[in-house]
Design a protein around this ligand. Structure first.
Ligand SMILES: N[C@H](CCC[C@H](N)C(=O)O)C(=O)O
Length: 276
């Protein structure tokens, strides 16, 4: 199996192209290959597959073997991969995902090099039961969450995958390991959840640290940055163009008022290619 190791702001993936469908053992393969000691090491295993509705289809398996509906950093990696490997000769392409359907992607290329990728991440899903949470409400904003004696308040947003956004005093130094896994698996989230701890610095800038569903603490989360921006607008804390600073770097998010779509712009990089 040929693969390329890629990352989006340090959120890293093993990218496999050329398969016609997800292999039956994709979950076991992801657990084995994503292991940072006995395998290649990554946050996820990503397959680029044919699509009847878009230029390509992307499927992503977390390092714990669970399949995710969507992955912002991986879409940017996949888009760079297909352009660099001349699987497409255009800079405007479409990628189909489980959780957001057909997504338009714009590759920003300079002197033949993909500098950044702008992805239409679609419309945020805010209905409590659709995120999903157990809360039957049109929107879940600043909802109380009891977690082993500590009370958090959260805002729920789905970008095709579930996110629990929590505002804290100092996101950069927040104890992710202490609270991330407890919230990820909290019964309020029937399909578990990604957890974003956020500090708002201005109307156009937040710090965010993420505990990802099925992957734990990652250096960046594209859908999480989108959820952070949407939540911050809903809570009246930022405007609709927000720079989200993650441990691995910055993502630029726009929640467009006219079409209600969320646009994410950021880099993608190749680390090495290999063969198993
Ligand atoms: N762990 C996530 C999928 C990867 C999302 C993240 N890496 C991104 O860039 O959006 C989930 O199970 O929903």
């Amino acid at each position: 199996m040929e693969f390329v190791k890629m990352h989006g702001l340090g959120n890293d993936f093993i990218v496999v192209a050329g398969e016609q469908a997800l292999p039956d053992n994709a979950s076991e393969l992801a657990i084995e290959l994503c292991n940072r000691f006995f395998g290649i090491g990554a946050d996820g295993l990503v397959y680029i597959l044919p699509s009847e509705k878009a230029d390509f289809r992307m499927r992503i398996i977390n390092s714990d073997g669970s399949e995710a509906e969507q992955c912002g950093n991986a879409i940017r990696c996949v888009s760079k991969y297909v352009y660099d490997n001349k699987l497409i000769d255009r800079t405007d392409i479409t990628i189909e995902t489980l959780g957001a359907g057909v997504q338009p992607v714009q590759l920003n290329v300079k002197d033949g090099i993909v500098e950044t990728v702008r992805v239409d991440m679609g419309e945020p899903i805010l209905s409590g039961l659709k995120v999903p949470t157990t809360i039957d409400a049109e929107r879940v904003i600043e909802q109380r969450l009891e977690v082993e004696g500590r009370t958090f308040t959260f805002t729920a947003v789905s970008m095709g995958n579930p996110h629990c956004v929590i505002y804290v005093e100092d996101a950069v130094n927040f104890d992710l390991a202490a609270w991330g896994p407890k919230i990820e698996t909290h019964p309020t989230f029937p399909r578990k959840t990604n957890v974003e701890f956020v500090t708002v610095n201005s109307r156009s800038h937040t710090d965010m640290r993420v505990w990802e569903r099925g992957a734990g603490p990652t250096l960046a989360c594209g859908t999480g940055a989108c959820a952070t921006a949407v939540s911050s607008v809903l809570n009246g804390l930022t405007d609709r163009n927000v720079t989200v600073s993650l441990k691995g770097g910055d993502l630029f998010i726009e929640w467009n008022e006219a079409d209600n779509h969320v646009y994410m712009t950021g880099p993608a990089a190749v680390v090495f290619a290999g063969q198993l």
